[in-house]
Write a protein that binds this ligand. Structure first.
Ligand SMILES: [Mg+2]
Length: 227
């Protein structure tokens, strides 16, 4: 391996993210419990979220709009202003969440900072991700922050070009096989999967990954065993 740059996913790799979405989803379901069962509400919301990705991108703001849209649909447009207000407040609470770093993250960054160029490669809302990075106190470890609208082959190629490295000189670390691993392997990079206990349905893939440039570890600290 001739790794020059290590790129870290942010949400559920550096800090807690998905549990906040799940909590809010649960509150959303409680709010509309008199209209439909939880699984039905969840299914409707997920469908609308995925349909809206192309318009709103990833992140909390799009999630708020999707919750309102799902609520309108489920209540057959009889939704009260109070419920809309409540949904918007749920979203604002998410945006104001403190940052909870995942175990071992600082230790890993500290150990790697002099040996490799460290970057963040994340998707989501630009303002929100910048806010989280600032709040995390991790900013100073990173040479570059890439906020991508979609983590696909083309955007990883753009990142590599920007960093002026070869694909084989990149190693991506992240919790999503779909976004952090597969596209990076596709373009010839190295990828390490660090699973998180909760994964959004849209990020899940059904097949297993078999590639010599791929590794899976239980905890982020284990990457120090080979880096
Ligand atoms: Mg992630």
């Amino acid at each position: 391996m001739n790794i020059k740059v290590i790129a870290f996913d942010a949400d559920d790799t550096l800090w807690v993210n998905e549990p906040y979405f799940r909590q809010t989803e649960e509150q959303f379901c409680n709010l509309l419990a008199s209209y439909a069962a939880q699984h039905e509400l969840e299914r409707e919301l997920l469908k609308i979220e995925i349909d809206n990705l192309v318009l709103y991108g990833y992140g909390i703001k799009g999630f708020i709009l999707s919750m309102i849209e799902a609520a309108m649909k489920i209540t057959q447009k009889t939704l009260s202003i109070e419920v809309i207000q409540h949904i918007m407040e749920l979203g604002k609470q998410m945006l104001n969440q403190p940052i909870e770093l995942l175990d071992g993250v600082e230790e890993v960054l500290e150990a790697l900072k002099g040996k490799y160029r460290l970057v963040v490669a994340t998707k989501g809302d630009l303002l929100d991700q910048e806010r989280k990075l600032k709040k995390s106190g991790l900013n100073h470890y990173f040479h570059h922050i890439e906020i991508m609208s979609e983590k696909d082959d083309a955007n990883y190629l753009k990142l590599i070009k920007h960093l002026d490295i070869q694909p084989g000189e990149l190693m991506m670390i992240g919790n999503s096989l779909k976004s952090d691993v597969m596209p990076v392997l596709n373009i010839g990079g190295h990828a390490v999967h660090v699973p998180y206990h909760i994964t959004w349905a849209h990020e899940q893939i059904e097949h297993s990954v078999d590639n010599e440039r791929f590794k899976s570890v239980e905890r982020i600290k284990e990457i120090l065993d080979f880096l």
